[in-house]
Write a protein that binds this ligand. Structure first.
Ligand SMILES: Cc1ncc(C[n+]2csc(CCOP(=O)(O)OP(=O)(O)O)c2C)c(N)n1
Ligand code: SF4
Length: 284
């Protein structure tokens, strides 16, 4: 693994795309996490399908490229298979809040120990600019030439209400700030969500608007109601950590002290224990 965390894969994003900011922030976050004791070999990534998903090819970490909307389920499975790993997925706004919305809600509700980074560009970019759940009202694209008539979904308040224990917003144009958010999110134990404002220079070129409106949050809200209120602020666009609390974590509640890696059963032992379980229950 080279020090810059690059790969030989050719980058095919459009010049100026906000995805570069997210990639560069992540490349900065990896060594910072290493300093905090997270071995990059134990940081496992996934991604959905879309322009965002190509990030999977541009960082040399182990993982599994997923299906559209299914990377949240994929990383939950990896975590349950080996709780010693840290798992993180990159998703698009269409990916996470269209096709994958139920996975998002239930992962937050059960406080699965995963990190989800959404490249929120307000459109289905790879498939050429259809409107997505976070598209602004009035957004025009090839599939919607007369403009979006729906209000956008607010991912931050949705995740907060669903039970997420860490919720943040970053901006692809503030790389160091975003890198630090990524570090905090990965270190957080429980469900951590970062919504990243990601301009698509082709379909939603929002750099000017974001540069003028982003405002750093000084510290997370203590009360959930205050975090939700902050997420619904529209005069400015707050970036930073909205909420960060400690809650029971899904795999720990499920497994207790048991660890499927340490306490691995052989195939024969597994068959024997299933047979024993069935015979006990069939007798009842
Ligand atoms: C189940 C399924 N539905 C639709 C598609 C087609 N598809 C591929 S990428 C994409 C849009 C991705 O949009 P988003 O998740 O917002 O990511 P972006 O391209 O904007 O980064 C769609 C609809 C698919 N691959 N799988
Ligand atoms: S279409 Fe948009 S999101 Fe996709 S690479 Fe180009 S600028 Fe980035």
């Amino acid at each position: 693994m080279d020090q810059d965390f690059t790969t030989p894969v050719e980058n095919t994003w459009c010049p100026g795309c906000g995805n570069f900011g997210i990639l560069n922030a992540f490349r900065k976050a990896i060594p910072k996490l290493e300093k905090q004791g997270i071995n990059p070999k134990h940081l496992i990534i996934s991604a959905g399908i879309g322009c965002h998903g190509k990030i999977f090819d541009y960082v040399p970490l182990s993982g599994m490229y997923s299906l559209h909307g299914r990377s949240i389920a994929t990383v939950q499975g990896i975590k349950l298979g080996n709780p010693n790993l840290k798992v993180l997925t990159f998703a698009g706004d269409g990916d996470a809040f269209g096709e994958g919305i139920s996975h998002m809600i239930f992962a937050a509700k059960r406080n699965a120990d995963i990190t989800v980074i959404v490249h929120n560009n307000g459109t289905y970019a790879l498939t050429t600019g259809q409107f997505s759940p976070t598209s602004q009202k009035g957004f025009k694209g090839p599939s919607l030439p007369s403009g979006n008539i729906e209000e956008p979904l607010n991912p931050l308040s949705l995740m907060l209400e669903a039970g997420a224990s860490f919720v943040a917003r970053g901006y692809a144009g503030r790389i160091d700030h975003l890198a630090n958010l990524m570090v905090e999110a990965v270190l957080h134990e429980g469900f951590s969500y970062i919504d990243v404002l990601q301009p698509s220079v082709v379909f939603t070129n929002t750099y000017k608007e974001f540069n003028a409106s982003v405002e750093m949050i000084e510290k997370p809200a203590v009360r959930l109601e205050d975090a939700v209120q902050l997420a619904k602020r529209f005069d400015k666009i707050p970036i930073g950590v909205f909420y960060n609390v400690s809650k029971p974590i899904y795999h720990q509640e499920l497994y207790g002290e048991w660890n499927p890696v340490v306490n691995r059963l052989s195939h024969a032992e597994r068959i024997r224990s299933i047979a024993l379980y069935l015979s006990d229950h069939l007798q009842e």
